[in-house]
Design a protein around this ligand. Structure first.
Ligand SMILES: NC(=O)c1ccc[n+]([C@@H]2O[C@H](COP(=O)([O-])OP(=O)(O)OC[C@H]3O[C@@H](n4cnc5c(N)ncnc54)[C@H](O)[C@@H]3O)[C@@H](O)[C@H]2O)c1
Length: 345
């Protein structure tokens, strides 16, 4: 299958690109190369005969048309997005333009291409989204595919809008789509402004490890390679126009998560004092959602998908990866805004 992957130089997109090439697919990686992108993430496949790269912004409709005509993909996996909640608080405009208008452009370019190809039933537009569109849970309950949308940050609102556009293009124009909503990812190549890399890198530098609020916010963590595996499965086996929630059933409070990472570092790279001594509670994020949890029953029962690692196993691999790949993360620490407190409102 020839897959057009948008956002393939980002964290999750690059895991999809690497896995798709490994599985024998052809991949066209379309990415604008924003501050969050890194082509080193796909260096392991960049010379493969099945790999192509197009530096294109999804806000540029004409450029998208050119890519569809040139490469004639069998499917689109749409991951390109502005993805950092804190940045969406400081500058929501980019999130509206890329996540909403960009998705609109991509849907229109895909629809034009699909119509001109004679409306092939096998074509798929796979929209990759987040569990954050469902809002915030109390102490109990999980998000299912039937949960009402209730986004609460500019990021999640822009992703929710894009999900609605994709469903509308399926209903109105018959574009063959699938959607996925996933919980928080972590793993290799995670950009060093997100919680888990911040914890690892601050600890290694002997700096304070910031935890928003009292650290009680709960997230459902999934190893990025398990997410990529689930995405490729949904693309190929998912029912037409259906959505699938993807999660690892690995709920942890932020404080528990950070303490686990510190304990792993204490073993893998012991320092004079325990890394947990660096934990510092800082002002909370405005509108910080209390808890996310995914009910993965549909993808488990219909498609037989299960995550391959527990959060402890995945975190161990992740910490080891950061210890082994200092050149990768050092280069990204100079990027705009990295290492600064963003999104305080
Ligand atoms: N990170 C998570 O935990 C998580 C969880 C669930 C869903 N998602 C979704 O998965 C997708 C990928 O997330 P990520 O964490 O890999 O993000 P990321 O920020 O690491 O990567 C995003 C990529 O999109 C590219 N991009 C941004 N704007 C673009 C534009 N206008 N045109 C073309 N390319 C553009 C960037 O250059 C970057 O390579 C997003 O849609 C996100 O909403 C993320």
């Amino acid at each position: 299958m020839k897959i057009l992957v948008t956002g393939g130089a980002g964290f999750i997109g690059s895991a999809v690109v690497r896995q798709a090439i490994g599985d024998g697919h052809q991949v066209v990686n379309l990415d604008a190369l924003t501050y969050a992108a890194c082509l080193d993430n796909v260096a392991s496949v960049a010379d493969h005969e099945n790999y192509a790269f197009e530096q294109v912004d999804i806000r540029d409709r004409a450029a998208l048309d050119t890519v569809f005509t040139k490469h004639a993909p069998d499917a689109v996996m749409h991951l390109a997005a502005e993805s950092h909640v804190d940045r969406s608080i400081d500058g929501p405009g980019d999130f509206i333009e890329t996540n909403i208008t960009g998705t609109f452009n991509l849907l229109e370019a895909a629809r034009k291409y699909w119509l001109e190809a004679g409306r092939p039933e096998t074509f798929r537009f796979h929209h990759i989204s987040t569990d954050e569109v469902f809002g915030s849970l109390g102490k109990t309950g999980q998000f299912t595919e039937e949960t009402s949308y209730d986004p609460r940050s500019p990021y999640s609102a822009s992703k929710a809008a894009s999900d609605h556009l994709v469903r509308a293009w399926a209903e109105t124009y018959g574009l063959p789509v699938v959607l996925t909503n996933c919980s928080n990812n972590y793993g290799p190549f995670h950009f060093p402004e997100k919680l888990i890399p911040v914890v690892i890198l601050n600890a290694l530098a002997g700096k304070e490890i910031p935890i928003y609020g009292d650290g009680s916010n709960v997230r459902d963590w999934l190893y990025v390679e398990d997410h990529a595996d689930a995405l490729l499965l949904v693309l190929q086996k998912g029912a037409l126009n259906r959505s699938y929630n993807i999660g690892g059933e690995n709920e942890r409070s932020n404080l528990e998560l950070v303490q686990t990472i510190c304990a792993i570092l204490d073993r893998l790279k012991p320092a004079a004092t325990p890394y947990a001594d660096l934990i510092t509670f800082v002002t909370d994020r405005p509108g910080h959602d209390a808890r996310y949890a995914i009910d993965p029953t549909r993808i488990a029962t219909e498609l037989g998908w299960r995550p391959s690692v527990t959060v402890e196993e995945g975190l161990e691999k992740t910490v080891q990866w950061y210890l082994d790949n200092e050149d990768w993360w050092r280069a990204l620490q100079n990027r705009d805004g990295v290492g600064q407190r963003l999104g305080t409102g």
